[in-house]
Design a protein around this ligand. Structure first.
Ligand SMILES: [Fe+2]
Length: 119
């Protein structure tokens, strides 16, 4: 967490290497997931309809941020993207074994990590 009392807290002595940037993006994703968890907990903890609506909207924006950062991570680290695709394939196989039909997002055609590699 940044220390706002320190005016130099945001200063950095150098640019990140590619590996450090990849690590930073992973940390950013973790931060977005934590934010989703906290906003959702607050939504569940209140009956105030306005608060529920505003916090739910913010929570969903954080979910979009996860998508942006995951796309960025796949771009920065295609090898890691292959591992993501392997995991997705494993779950698809399990869905098929259980005769469960996977639903693509309702407003987009189905895309996978693998289909985004090289784009
Ligand atoms: Fe965010």
């Amino acid at each position: 967490m940044a220390s706002f009392a320190n005016p130099f807290a945001g200063n950095v002595p150098r640019k990140l290497t590619r590996e450090e940037l990849i690590q930073a993006i992973r940390l950013d994703i973790a931060g977005e997931l934590e934010a989703i968890f906290v906003y959702d907990a607050h939504v569940q903890a209140t009956d105030d309809p306005l608060v529920k609506k505003v916090l739910s909207d913010i929570r969903d924006e954080e979910k979009a941020h996860v998508g942006e950062l995951m796309t960025l991570l796949r771009h920065l680290d295609p090898e890691e993207a292959k591992h993501f695709a392997e995991g997705e394939d494993e779950v698809r196989e399990m869905l098929e074994e259980l005769n469960i039909v996977a639903k693509p997002p309702s407003d987009k055609p189905e895309s996978t990590v693998g289909s985004l590699i090289g784009k």
